[in-house]
Design a protein around this ligand. Sequence first.
Ligand SMILES: Nc1ncnc2c1ncn2[C@@H]1O[C@H](COP(=O)(O)OP(=O)(O)OP(=O)(O)O)[C@@H](O)[C@H]1O
Ligand SMILES: [Mg+2]
Length: 529
Amino acid sequence: MNYIFATRPGQQIIQGELVEVNFNEKNKTNPEKFLARVTNITHQNFVIDEMGSVQLSSLFERKPDLTLDELNLGGSIQDYTIGEIEIIGRRERNAFVRPNKLLKIGTKIRKASKTFLEQQLKSDTESLTIGAFRFNKEIPIDFDINKLITLHFCILAMTGGGKSWTLSVIVEEIALNFELPIIIFDPHGEYSSLLIENEKLAQEQTDKASKIIKKIKIYTAGDPAIIHRRDQIFEEKYKKKRISKRVLLDMLDLTTDQLVFIVDNLYNLSEAQSRILLETWTDIREKRRSLNDETDFEEICSTIFKDYMVGGRRLGQRTQDILKTKLKLFYRDSKFIRQSLRDEKITFKNIIKKNQVSVIDISALDQIHQQILVGTICNQILYSRIQNSSPPCLILLEEAHRFIPGRNERSSSKAIIRRIAQEGRKFMTGLGIVSQRPSRLDPDVLSQCNTQIIMRLTNPADQSYVRQISEYVTDSDLEVIRSLSPGEGIAFGSSVLFSLPIKITSSRYTEHGGAIPSITEALRKWKPG
Ligand SMILES: Nc1ncnc2c1ncn2[C@@H]1O[C@H](COP(=O)(O)OP(=O)(O)OP(=O)(O)O)[C@@H](O)[C@H]1O
Ligand SMILES: [Mg+2]
């Protein structure tokens, strides 16, 4: 039920703001206060309507220095605001109840006071605080930590809206207060800065920063020369060495679907070639545990093809050779596949550990290799959770549209991430995704994210997609979302009590790696690498 209100002349109110309404105004001793949200507003002035303003502008055109007072339009004749409110309810235990009567015409509404808001918003479950109420910085906004993680979440905003900042605040707060293992897939290499204490930190906060920093472990994947260059840039910027471990997988870690997908994408497989791989790779993976080196790889390929029959006939030599070459190219060129047993393979037990935040910097890989690596690691994580051989954990995915694209776009990581989104809660594997292009995200995964933090979004396609996917977002929210500043957003969904305007905290314990670089500054500092 919505009601229309008018402000006192000259008073302002913002769309999205929370107000308190007393449904029992007459009885002073027994107020029945309910929380409501301002949905629509318009500013008007009794004296100057639309036509009047056209007249005014033509007057100003002729006499630009003319003031409203000279026209006798200033003084007591003020603008006023007419708006609508939507009743949210009143907190009773952990739910909001709605009023069981109608509001009397003429009832006064007031901006919600600090005490009333605190009383209504206070969490009584284990929670995570990452910001404050957008219209009153003194009121913290709490997220139910269990629902946030196990029912998955997404952070959506246009570029520069504050997504990576928000995700980093979530990581810092979890690292400070919980033992939960976190795995961050970092396509831009911006999360290594979690290793660096924020230089603006007050003395008493440095202990907290050290607690977070101790938990951060960096993993890198890709060409060692590129990784080395990234290490140098990190050291130049933060005057600290980036200690990291290289992610190497065994080729046999790849599932059949992943192998076929990637070799097809890189080198085009004919239908027959795909079929051969589909029918043999699973067997090979079951028989062998690891590949020793290239000769071993040659031997495996020969075994695959030697006895493979198509329509009662063995494979022709030419088909065998072509497929073998494609597989060999992939084996040699994939910078995260170990080439020999001397290269230490990554063990997932080391990545998913209590009290550890593993940042997997995949910025040295191209997109298709990023997808295959993310897919393979996610596969191993879910597998180890199903077997309960690793602790419950949280997977964080930046630039999620690259890994779980929507429509008919393909990606080797899509199937497994969908599975985590759908079944992850059963196996205590949380998922948090970040994207600046929600309309390019897989709708199945997005709709499984039961908490949504939506920050500034201006693209109409993204806005209408978000409205379509989320049961919580209203047209009035969309209007607010268009006009937010960096760090501001609305939190929707199961881990908050109701849709809440939020300002994510601007104090960080560690440095922000995603700061927008200045091109002129970068050019001044640039020297040949
Ligand atoms: N809560 C906040 N408090 C203070 N400043 C913020 C906040 N959120 C974002 N900012 C500022 O906005 C900038 C951009 O934020 P951020 O890097 O999180 O954007 P993004 O949405 O991840 O953008 P992109 O899509 O380009 O990665 C930050 O460098 C920071 O200066
Ligand atoms: Mg970012």
